[in-house]
Write a protein that binds this ligand. Structure first.
Ligand code: DAH
Length: 332
């Protein structure tokens, strides 16, 4: 016959919840629990013994269950109580100030450009950086043999047929025109890639493409939009000049240069930096997307984002944007 004392001492020495549970199992386990077996054994007793011993066992059972539960609760409160020693919190301690970062200057600038063009009625579009030769070149009137394909120092993707890291954002003109019916105005900003690296080139940089098509959109409209954008995005007093430029997807084509100012080294002071290519969308490009060039016309442009920021903030080396030097990034 089991006694209460035997087990109450054992329960009192259990130190972890697991130890308590294993005693519970030893007592009440369905097949071989000590109490379970004692209860079963009652079946073999005389009616008189069955009654007295059964009552006694029930009392022991209830008491043991209470002891087990009480021990579990005690273990929990002991470990909580000792947290004070093992896990102290000194509220008078000076903590280092939390570092709160901010958006990369390029991304802040792109948001600003979307807002400036948004006010002029331009929709914002997005497109893939992994682009097909079809969109990056063919549809833009840059045929297979065209030297412009070499000029752009393309990164080809060796594992995918006729696929490139887009060399410019101009393929978005095509993707947009294939989906929408003119008239429309859109800009698309994003990363572009070329095998180039020096103070004014980086193998990855950002462009903002723009496109405006309608029944009577003119070159004069283009110049007005671009000059307004430059004043807002670079500086109201920045000096710029227009030149003719050649791009197979526009006719005529133009380039806009901005004048360097306040360059510390003085090496660039007064010199010009090309920041945008643009022009009237070539009739062949409109035909490629099923727009009738007799009915619609318009302009397109592609800004170099880093270059605009270089002039705006007098940054001598374009690669500074991507070197991750916090002394540089914190200035924005
Ligand atoms: N995609 C050209 C480049 O990266 C820039 C450009 C020129 C874009 C003329 C245009 C454009 O939309 O009309 O060199």
């Amino acid at each position: 016959m089991i006694t209460l004392d035997q087990y109450s001492a054992k329960i009192a020495t259990a130190k972890t919840p697991d130890e308590v549970e294993s005693i519970r199992f030893e007592l009440f386990g369905r097949k071989a629990g000590v109490l379970t077996l004692a209860m079963k054994d009652l079946g073999t007793k005389s009616p008189e013994d069955k009654r007295t011993q059964g009552q006694a066992l029930n009392v022991i059972k209830v008491e043991l269950e209470q002891l087990l539960d009480a021990r579990l609760a005690a273990i929990a409160s002991e470990s909580f109580g000792s947290l004070g020693e093992s896990d102290s919190l000194d509220v008078t301690l000076d903590l280092p100030e939390a570092e709160i970062g901010h958006k990369h200057p390029i991304h802040e600038y792109i948001r600003k450009a979307e807002e400036v063009f948004g006010r002029m009625g331009f929709d914002t579009a997005n497109g893939p950086e992994l682009e097909t030769e079809h969109y990056n070149f063919d549809m833009l009137n840059i045929p297979e043999s065209h030297p412009a394909r070499d000029l752009q120092d393309t990164f080809w993707v060796s594992s995918l047929d006729r696929t490139v890291l887009r060399t410019h954002t101009s393929p978005m003109q095509i993707r947009y025109m294939e989906k929408k019916k003119p008239p429309f105005r859109m800009i698309c900003a994003g990363k572009v890639y070329r095998k180039d690296s020096d103070a004014t080139h980086s193998p990855m940089f950002h462009q903002i493409e723009g496109l405006m098509i309608g029944k009577s959109v003119s070159l004069a409209n283009m110049k007005a939009v671009m000059e307004q954008a430059i004043r807002e995005l670079v500086d109201p007093t920045v000096e710029f000049r227009w030149r003719t430029g050649y791009f197979p997807f526009v006719e005529p084509g133009l380039e806009m240069d901005l004048r360097w100012r306040g360059d510390e080294s003085k090496s660039r002071e007064g010199r010009w930096l090309e920041v945008v290519g643009c022009g009237m969308v070539h009739p062949q490009v409109l035909k490629n997307v099923g727009i009738d060039p007799e009915e619609f016309q318009g302009f397109a442009f592609g800004f170099g984002v880093e270059r605009m920021l270089m002039i705006r903030h007098q940054i001598p080396d374009l690669r500074s944007f991507f070197q991750g030097d916090l002394r540089f990034l914190r200035q924005f």
